[in-house]
Design a protein. Structure first.
Length: 243
């Protein structure tokens, strides 16, 4: 092939790539706005379950949030929903000991979707009996909940993936539940280290069958990444025809 034709082909490929990137950027902006509107609606606690037989009846799509104890899960849920006290924050790890259900986007019973705050894992001070109870509850919920659309697994952005996070990924892979990693505490990570943290997290997910291959880096303190996370939820809702 002549250099002239090669140049024309490269130009055509670049033009097609530019158009695809523009379409993606427009879609991302649209989903961020849809996510903003979704999370600007009502959001109220309505159910708590400490045993698998105590779950509420299945209804609207559910998005669950999991993470190590003290990863900043409650702070993230509060930032995501523009509330200060939706989820109780505490300096004491292991405070969430049940599945807490929140109705989002409408009054309870007519909500558009549900948010689920799962018990924190990896709390070393918890008794073996308590850890076993939490594990059975999470396994039962993950394996048997048809309305569960995705689990967002929160990982401390200062430290990256730990063995307890990988154990959670193993559980989600076995349950064939879609999950996506959200890095937290972005404001406490040096700017020069952030891209490497995302890259190493993606590498840790590369061979995992149920992992969604996109990582969101967030800060509950300054709001970085929160619009992107809302947009990811909106995109998920759109994909299942519920937006």
């Amino acid at each position: 092939m002549s250099d002239e034709k090669t140049g024309e082909l490269n130009e055509a490929e670049q033009a097609a790539a530019d158009k695809a990137a523009a379409r993606q950027a427009a879609n991302d902006a649209s989903m961020r706005e849809a996510g903003r509107l979704l999370f600007a609606g009502e959001c109220d606690f309505f159910w708590a379950a400490s045993k698998i037989d105590g779950l509420p009846p299945e209804a609207q799509p559910e998005i669950a949030f999991a993470g190590r104890s003290n990863v900043g899960k409650s702070s993230l849920l509060n930032a995501l929903t523009n509330r200060k006290t939706l989820a109780r924050t505490s300096n004491t790890p292991g405070r969430t000991q049940q599945l807490n259900f929140f109705a989002l986007g409408g009054p309870i019973g007519a909500e558009r979707m549900r948010l689920i705050d799962m018990p924190g894992y990896g709390y070393a001070a918890a008794s073996k009996e308590k850890i076993s109870s939490w594990t059975r509850l999470m396994e039962g919920y993950l394996r048997g909940r048809a309305t569960l659309a995705r689990v967002f697994v929160l990982v401390d952005g200062r430290h990256g993936l730990k063995d307890v996070d990988r154990e959670m990924f193993d559980l989600l892979d076995r349950a064939a539940v879609s999950y996506q990693v959200v890095l937290t505490k972005r404001d406490e990570v040096k700017i020069s280290e952030r891209e490497d943290r995302i890259a190493s997290t993606l590498e840790g997910l590369r061979k995992r069958p149920a992992a969604f291959p996109h990582v969101i880096f967030t800060s509950s303190k300054d709001g970085d990444g929160i619009p992107e996370l809302r947009g990811a939820v909106a995109q998920l809702m759109a994909n299942i025809g519920k937006l």
